[in-house]
Ligand binder design. Structure first.
Ligand code: MN
Length: 227
């Protein structure tokens, strides 16, 4: 088929021992670890999960220099477990949700915290505080068929070698199955969708030259440098 303009590039995430994974949509869960909800001034009781999105092309691969973004002076890291869907569906029952998962990766939900604070205060959308260019660094995916479905294990982020965030996947308020099932009540999920599952406590600002190293037990580490 001929197109009016050159076809936009398909964003992909590398797969350990497999072909690149094409990204369709990026969903993100807010406040999914109790201690992080508390540090952001919220009640960590099991209120229903909420979601926001980033554009698919916000993905950047590991071992990349990510430019310090415009229009912020409070650029924050949020280390997260990323779930990649190989199958889709609507109204997916919790007990079937893991059947949609293709694999898992370590990701960063980079955030213009100052813009997000203004948006919250003014009851405005979060889009440009969360869904900006290169706001979703993501390490290579590991296949669920090889590593299984993690329900516990350490998640941490180091900045310049110093631990800034540390948690355990068992502390997720809404686990992976519940998150997929709940989200599928609002949208039809499809192959190529990524879900960033929320961040543990310890979010904070980064500066030019900082080296971020993210880890989830059993997965490939993510390393990015702020340029
Ligand atoms: Mn987040």
């Amino acid at each position: 088929m001929k197109f009016a303009i050159p076809l936009p590039e398909v964003t992909t995430v590398p797969v350990v021992g497999g072909d690149p994974f094409p990204v369709r949509r990026i969903y993100c869960v807010g406040r999914n670890y109790a201690a992080h909800a508390r540090e952001m001034g919220h009640d960590p009781n099991r209120e229903e999960p909420f979601f926001f999105m980033k554009p698919a092309d916000a993905i950047v691969p590991t071992d990349t220099v990510v430019p310090y973004p415009s229009k912020t002076s409070d650029y924050h890291h949020e280390i997260e477990l990323v779930v990649a869907l190989g199958k889709g569906g609507s109204n997916v029952p919790v007990e079937k949700a893991l059947g949609l998962v293709y694999g898992y990766a370590v990701g960063l939900d980079m955030t213009r915290r100052d813009l997000q604070s203004v948006a919250k205060k003014m009851s405005r959308p979060w889009d440009l505080s969360k869904g900006f260019d290169q706001s979703a660094p993501c390490a290579p995916l590991s296949l669920a068929s090889k590593i299984g479905h993690p329900d516990k294990g350490e998640i941490w982020l180091k900045v310049n070698g110093e631990v800034r965030q540390h948690g355990d996947l068992s502390d997720l308020i809404w686990n992976i199955s519940e998150t997929i099932a709940y989200l599928s009540n609002f949208v039809e999920l499809a192959p190529g969708d990524l879900i960033f599952t929320g961040t543990p406590e310890g979010v904070g600002a980064v500066n030019k030259g900082d080296v971020l190293e993210g880890h989830v037990d059993g997965l490939t580490n993510l390393t990015v440098t702020i340029g």
